[in-house]
Design a protein around this ligand. Structure first.
Ligand SMILES: *Cc1c(COP(=O)(O)O)cnc(C)c1O
Length: 347
């Protein structure tokens, strides 16, 4: 007799609405393809790749390059199929049955799913009305529920807001759980918790190539952590988990990451411009953001989304999600795309 694994009935299949919007600003992707010089190097490297061979075991070259950029070694780094796989590996290896996984809410919707996949209890802790975090409430919840892992998204998706670095440190210093800082939007924020790695044994950082570095297609992310944490989390990854095409592409992108500086800076300028313009519209609240998107709130959210969609603009509608009523997440696109958004909302 065959039956699904116990507990799996509580998991809903992950579903996102997939529409090929002419202006696609619903998934926080980079609005344009790789810088041409970077793409040319990637294609050159892929052309020379022996497709018949397995990838380099444990992705040593990319780990070494990433580690070196942070004063760390390859032993402090893991490479995953997106940071999703890194986050999942941390939950699998530091949580499990009888423990909880604690995270602020609203935040990245996958956290609860990682918890269930790890046979752990998902325990969301509600953010304040301005999306700031009550650190003591989170710490008390982690202690009471025997959290294996505390997940902090900084900057936070989908709110765009940030936790001050001293608050992250306060949490790390006052819990025995592993604190994972998901820095998917780090490149737009500039600030990082990497400095905590040298001070505390119970902290890990997850990063992705999917957002600022424009590699959502390739699925690649990485962990920065102590050797002990990296070694333990690495146990639950399959051998050759990341394919050779992705590794080759990520190596080029990481070595040429200065080519992305201009577009990251432009994205931030555009975010400032959009925040001011949207904030000037009566009935719209714009939350402060240090990411490549803005969360706005309006009583007319449904009408705004409909108007954007009519004009071929896809955004992420959170207006009926818990804790996000009336909220829409609007990605920052190219200047022309952003103008189209403003025009659609103001008309
Ligand atoms: C996009 C995103 C990720 C995952 O990205 P990958 O494509 O799996 O690397 C992780 N965390 C947050 C908060 C994100 O927004």
């Amino acid at each position: 007799m065959f039956l699904p694994r116990v507990g799996l009935e509580t998991l809903k299949p992950y579903s996102v609405e997939e529409i090929n919007w002419p202006i696609k600003i619903d998934a926080n992707e980079r609005p344009t393809d790789l810088p041409p010089a970077v793409k040319a190097k990637v294609m050159e490297k892929l052309a020379a790749l022996p497709f018949n061979r397995y990838p380099e075991i444990s992705a040593q070259s990319l780990k070494t390059a990433i580690g070196a950029a942070y004063g760390l070694t390859a032993a402090n780094v893991l490479i995953g199929n997106g940071s999703s796989e890194v986050l999942e590996a941390l939950c699998f290896s530091f949580s499990g049955a009888g423990r909880s996984i604690v995270y602020p809410t609203p935040s990245f919707s996958m956290y609860g799913i990682y918890a269930k996949l790890a046979d752990s209890r998902p325990v969301p802790v509600e953010l304040n009305a301005d999306f700031s975090l009550d650190a003591d409430k989170l710490l008390a919840t982690a202690a009471q529920t025997q959290a294996g892992v505390v997940l902090l998204c900084n900057p936070n998706n989908p709110t765009g807001t940030v936790m001050p670095q001293d608050q992250v440190e306060y949490i790390v210093a006052n819990t025995k759980s592993l604190v994972v800082v998901d820095e998917a939007y780090h490149e737009f924020y500039g600030s990082t918790s990497v400095g905590l790695l040298k001070k505390y044994p119970n902290v890990a950082i997850a990063r992705t190539f999917s957002k600022a570095y424009g590699l959502a297609s390739a699925r690649v992310g990485y962990l920065l952590a102590s050797e002990e944490i990296a070694k333990t989390a690495g146990k639950v990854l399959l051998p050759y988990n990341v394919n050779a095409l992705t590794l080759a592409t990520a190596e080029i992108v990481f070595s040429m990451r200065q080519y992305f500086a201009d577009s990251i800076a432009e994205n931030s300028r555009e975010r400032t411009r959009m925040a001011a313009a949207l904030g000037a519209i009566s009935g719209i609240t714009v939350y402060p953001s240090q990411t490549n998107f803005l969360l706005i709130k309006s009583e007319n959210a449904a009408a705004i989304v409909a108007r954007l969609n009519e004009r071929g603009i896809g955004v992420r509608d959170f207006s009926t999600a818990p804790g996000l009523s009336g909220c829409i997440r609007i990605g920052i696109g190219t200047p022309a795309e952003n103008n189209a958004v403003l025009e659609a909302i103001t008309l």
